[in-house]
Design a binder for this molecule. Sequence first.
Ligand code: ATP
Ligand code: MG
Length: 653
Amino acid sequence: MSEFKFHAPDEYRKNAWIKTMDEYKQMYDQSIEKPEEFWTQMADQFYWEKRWDSVRDYNYSISKGPINIEWFKGGKTNITYNCLDRHLKDRGDQTALIWEGNSIGEDREISYKELYEMVCQFANVLKSKGVQKGDRVAIYMPMIPELAVTMLACARIGAIHSIVFGGFSADALSNRILDSLCKVLVTSDGVMRGAKAVPLKGNADTAMDLCEKQGHLVECCVVVNRTGSEVEMKQGRDVWWHEQIQAQSMDCPVEWMDAEDPLFILYTSGSTGTPKGVQHNVGGYMVYTGITFRYIFDYHDNDIYWCTADIGWVTGHSYIVYGPLSQGATSIMFEGVPNYPDPGRFWATVDKWKVNQFYTAPTAIRALMAQGEQWVEKYDLSSLRLLGSVGEPINPEAWKWYFKHVGKERCPIVDTWWQTETGGIMITALPYAIDQKPGSATLPFFGVNPVLLNEEGKPLEGACDGILAIQEPWPGQMRTVYNNHERFEKVYFQMFDGYYFAGDGCRRDEDGYYWITGRVDDVINVSGHRMGTAEVESALVSHKEVAEAAVIGFPHDIKGQGIYAFVTLNVSATPSDELLSQLKLHVRKEIGPIATPDIIHFAPALPKTRSGKIMRRILRKIATDEFDSLGDISTLADPEVVGSLIENHKELT
Ligand code: ATP
Ligand code: MG
């Protein structure tokens, strides 16, 4: 792959938290050799009502007993106190959240003081509904300020929130409510999507009915009036947000939580199978998200930071709300979509708020890239100092486009590898200290000790290709699968005794840089050559007509597995036999004959999770004609895509 390395300009480096590779190395070594000392220094930057008794305790090996991970045991704190109360003295009037609404011109700036008051008021509403420490509260809402307020209000009184992405169905919502027996549900009447209002409360009603049929009663449903659409309010259960808060005081004492008390439950995206109810606990998650946020996004006072994720995903939890607010940052929360009213929306918004750090996903970058750069060129993006990527491997071609057209070849890109399970970023560049290579997540963050294993679980040395695992806990690590510790142990610790198994394949190069090659489940084996999906897909995407690609292996009589590539073209291109042969030739040239796709399927769109990740397991089923056993497709964004792929596939074969 590309040998290009980007070294961020000195003008930015001057003020950076971590300026040089030596500084990074020194801190990294300390974090690995003396983790207790390192994390004590970090945790000391937060407010603790009572200090911890021990920094970390753990058992990572099933053969030695139950898996157990604890950080800052005995300590007492509250994450909302750290995100709001402690900033009031110095930053009360500073903007905490900038809300950029769905429609142009619709926005709101909320100061730390205002946010504090809103959170206290709503925490009092929850209390008035009988919510107590340890109770579960489901949240099913669009990206409106009340969503962040609800999270922080739950955390303030020790209730455990479980956010379900607002685009999910009633079924998905009811399953998640049932899994943790949520007592209260907070939702809204509707959601703005592009030019229209889409109802939401109806889904919530159906979900609550489904729960009732299973014997679980949601006691109270609080509804935010977002779209003004008509909804049914069930007497004795449903109440309006705006009516409820009126009677409540703006004062609400915090509940001091044990560091190891649960903070929230969040389900994984479901790319590889049935989602897992990931549980994060208060202390370690707070420290890890705050510290990663500050160093990785190099956040300084007065910066305007924007992460485009939905708060329904872990990225939004950690890097729109908790991480930024614990650091006293100004964080943008965007209700809309990248292509409304036109594909220039992201860049118009960067220009409008003079955004300094911008964090988005490869799926968005590829989609906007396919629309052409004229949408980017229209706006002044000179405020940007740093770009970020998360969610999937970023193809070098998309990386270069982002770097050139958005970052104007000045801004470093932090390609951040992490998972719902890890709570915060694990492998990433520190923007000014670690030079970047397009497509590589680069090096581990402080306290993260990765290893690449072979199939037998033996650690590999030096430059190699293997299975990514982590050797020791870090504070942000999930503690369990909610109510199912056995599943937690089985999924993450059984595969390789003594290691956290991440499920991703990875390559390490001569510089020690890490390159995520795709999911372990998706590895393709052609005539004995093992290949990750990322490399072949990136080769396809590097062709000028290709917007996006997904490759999978299918049974092949001679080679064991053949390569089947689903390819989406740029808006300006049309499928043809000539383009098909060109693409095969192109991959041959980029990687080698072994990676040449056997079948290329021009697809109008690819099946993706609601968070925008390609679901290769469904493509595998299509390629092998197993249309009736597609598995769990409840997290699919657009199920219709599947039908048209099946039709195309039948014509192809
Ligand atoms: P499930 O676990 O239910 O199958 P999921 O893995 O998609 O769903 P998430 O926790 O949202 O759920 O995603 C984490 C995964 O996303 C990682 O394991 C990795 O495969 C991928 N990923 C995230 N960031 C990056 C990145 N910067 N580079 C490469 N892959 C990434
Ligand atoms: Mg996963």
